[in-house]
Design a protein around this ligand. Structure first.
Ligand SMILES: NC(=O)c1ccc[n+]([C@@H]2O[C@H](COP(=O)([O-])OP(=O)(O)OC[C@H]3O[C@@H](n4cnc5c(N)ncnc54)[C@H](OP(=O)(O)O)[C@@H]3O)[C@@H](O)[C@H]2O)c1
Ligand SMILES: *[C@@H]1O[C@H](CO)[C@@H](O)[C@H](O)[C@H]1NC(C)=O
Length: 313
């Protein structure tokens, strides 16, 4: 006879299996799994394309890729700053990697994307990191207090620019994928999950990237393919950078620490991943607390943030 206690014990084990799986996977992903970044170093002269590469996360990620043997195509908006960054990268020494660049203001519409990437058309691009974007800090204005132009530029900066750039890169990414894996990563934000008050346009633009990631991956992997071109959405929590000078802490890595986390998680096969372990934990906590609690405390925190922002501005 199976007693009630036995039955409950079995039920308990069954119910805890998903948590056990999640926990084991967490340990594997963040502490044991070796990086697969070198899988993207294939073909003759492989290139990594990084947008918003002259500061913060983008610049640090470009440096990591350079150290690992990638040639680089960097995107920025300021020629002088770009030259300085390229000088810094070259000063890391080690090799004669090719570094090319393209300048374009990502908040502006009307770029001729074919023309922008024409100089790189023949190159073997195996990794794309769509990092450009941002929220302009935190501000008190509501949607109806924003001019239409502002909204266009914020959405273009975070969502349309990476979308339109991906569109023109796809044919050559498929070509590179004929001799090895190719990965396009979109830098997202945990703000996209919780849409904090006064950050709804930014949050929606990041959420756009998440839907795009899954859809494009479905196109290339399940419908047309597999073509070998894969997509990943990076769920990013607080990171110390040029535009977000928040103090580094356990939950807030420096851009350099965060870039190492991006490299470590590259090629993990997930279509959504938080590169940094503490950000993955925040995500679990947010899910566990539920929307009402999260939204209440986020609103309180945004009030404080907006006040400190206004004082420092
Ligand atoms: N830091 C965080 O806490 C955090 C959290 C979640 C998500 N993210 C996301 O991470 C990404 C990088 O953020 P970050 O904090 O590293 O930013 P950052 O330090 O401000 O660096 C942004 C980079 O993008 C370039 N850039 C900015 N606006 C541009 C424009 N309109 N056109 C062309 N290039 C432009 C900057 O060029 P200049 O050097 O010329 O300024 C710089 O190279 C963004 O997508 C952001 O949404 C950041
Ligand atoms: C890209 O890689 C392939 C495979 O190694 C090679 O045949 C081709 O010449 C490379 N293209 C360039 C421009 O280096």
């Amino acid at each position: 006879m199976v007693s009630v206690a036995d039955a409950l014990a079995v039920l308990g084990v069954i119910l805890s299996l998903p948590y056990l799986y999640r926990f084991t996977y967490f340990i594997w992903l963040y502490f044991l799994r070796p990086t697969k970044i070198h899988h993207y170093l294939h073909g003759d002269a492989p290139y990594a394309f990084v947008t918003g590469a002259t500061d913060g996360i983008g610049k640090a990620t470009a440096a990591e890729l350079y150290d690992r043997g990638f040639n680089l195509i960097l995107h920025g908006r300021n020629e002088k700053k770009m030259q300085k960054v390229i000088g810094e990268l070259r000063a890391r020494g080690n090799r004669n990697a090719d570094i090319q660049y393209v300048l374009a203001d990502a908040t502006k519409s009307g770029h001729d994307f074919e023309k922008l990437i024409a100089p790189f058309k023949e190159l073997n691009i195996t990794l794309v990191i769509h990092n450009v974007g941002g929220s302009n800090g935190v501000q008190p204005e509501r949607l109806d207090e924003r001019p239409e132009d502002y909204i266009h530029s914020l959405v273009h900066w975070n969502a349309l620019f990476p979308l339109l750039l991906t569109r023109v890169l796809l044919p050559q990414l498929r070509r590179s994928a004929k001799h090895g894996p190719v990965l396009v990563q979109f830098v997202g934000s945990l703000a996209g999950d919780i849409s904090p008050p006064r950050l709804s346009i930014y949050a929606a633009s990041k959420r756009f990237l998440e839907a795009l990631t899954r859809g494009l991956d479905n196109d290339e992997h399940y419908f047309d393919g597999p073509t070998g071109v894969r997509f990943t959405y990076l769920a990013v929590g607080p990171v110390n950078s040029a535009s977000m000078p928040q103090k580094p802490s356990l939950n807030t890595p420096t851009s350099e620490q965060f870039a190492k986390a991006i490299i470590a998680r590259t090629g993990c096969g997930l279509r959504r991943v938080a590169p940094y372990a503490m950000h993955a934990i925040s995500q679990v906590v947010v899910e566990a607390l539920g929307q009402r609690t999260v939204d209440y405390y986020t609103a309180e925190e945004m009030k404080t943030l907006i006040k400190t922002y206004q004082k420092s501005a």
